[in-house]
Ligand binder design. Structure first.
Ligand SMILES: [Ca+2]
Length: 346
């Protein structure tokens, strides 16, 4: 706008300069009076023209300073906008930080609520819903048992293997690896329902484990390597969320002699299978580690990994691993995962 106004004014000045009368009225000046009149007229015109030019110059100067001022203002506005942008970014960072703190707190509240809802569970004393209640009824020999359906826990009739010896007994075994013929590279449905042979290698099923751990539950993991050494890891609290929440793992209070706690990394993580990538990784951990597990990104343990025989057991990263004892490449010879209620009395 301003530039075009300036240009118009300059053009006008040019036209005025070209129209100086002295140049156009230069012919019939023989008459001295006429000459004098013409001279006077020219002088007047010249004065008029010069005044016009002066006025134009003033206007041009004014416009220039106006332009400068506007440019300065524009710079200020740009700076202010940049400042606002920065402030915005700082604000956003604060919001993100607040959000992550909120989700952390929310997570804790979730666990507390879950635990609270579990601790109010009171089962009738004569109900048989797990190996601990069988133990309480004096079934003290380890082996295969059939649990009747329990309306309170919502468990269906279930075939289980009870460990009535380890650390006081009363354990319901939820997983075993020892034979190595059953593949654990299964899909979501199979992990949900359970698979394998109750006397050999098996997974009890996420739905069953979820139901059995609705009361406060202890998890015990027993490991054996190819040199015949054994280790164990125990968690005072163990539970899964339901299928809608992808059987998310909750564990706490580790004790044992299996080195650094290698399940902790998987805490608060959804269950994944080869056809359901619920892990916390760009990679597909279930495909990479060839099992169903609470994959993070991806593993610190892989108890449902591939069973490798002696000799093959130190060459792969998808074996039955527990990093805290033998690292990421050593596939164990035997594993058992078992649960019992927190209030169990041997
Ligand atoms: Ca993934």
């Amino acid at each position: 706008m301003l530039k075009s106004a300036l240009l118009r004014l300059l053009a006008l000045g040019l036209v005025l300069l070209l129209q100086q009368p002295g140049r156009t009225a230069g012919q019939n000046l023989r008459d001295p009076r006429k000459r004098a009149a013409a001279a006077l007229k020219a002088a007047n015109a010249k004065g008029q023209c010069c005044e016009d030019v002066r006025a134009l110059k003033v206007q041009v100067a004014n416009l220039s300073s106006l332009l400068e001022e506007l440019t300065r203002k524009q710079d200020t506005v740009v700076r202010q906008m940049m400042e606002l942008d920065n402030q915005n970014r700082v604000q956003e960072a604060r919001v993100t930080e607040a959000e992550s703190k909120y989700s952390e707190i929310n997570n804790r509240v979730e666990i507390i609520q879950l635990q609270a809802s579990q601790s109010i569970t009171q089962t009738s004393s004569d109900a048989i819903y797990d190996c601990a209640s069988l133990y309480g009824r004096s079934y003290k020999i380890s082996g295969e048992y059939k649990l009747p359906a329990d309306g309170y826990l919502g468990t269906p009739e279930l075939e289980v293997f009870c460990d009535m010896e380890s650390n006081g007994g009363g354990w319901t075994v939820i997983q075993r690896r020892k034979v190595g013929l059953t593949s654990f590279d299964r899909d979501w449905k199979q992990y949900k329902k359970g698979f394998g042979a109750i006397r050999g290698d098996f997974w009890l099923g996420n739905e069953n484990i979820f139901r059995l751990t609705r009361q406060p539950t202890v998890l015990r993991i027993e490991l054996e390597d190819w040199e015949g050494e054994t280790r164990y890891a125990e968690y005072q609290h163990f539970t899964l969320s339901n299928e809608l929440n992808s059987y998310k793992l909750f564990i706490s209070s580790y004790s044992g002699n299996a080195g650094q706690d290698s399940l902790r990394y998987h805490n608060n993580t959804n269950f994944s299978t080869k056809n359901k990538d619920n892990d916390k990784c760009v990679d597909d951990c279930a495909q990479l580690r060839k099992g169903g597990y609470w994959y993070n990104c991806c593993t610190d343990s892989n108890l449902n990994g591939v069973f490798y025989r002696y000799g093959e057991h130190i060459r792969n990263t998808d074996g039955i691993t527990w990093y805290g004892w033998h690292g990421p490449n050593y596939s164990l010879k035997r594993v058992e995962m078992k649960i019992r209620p927190q209030n169990f009395q041997p």
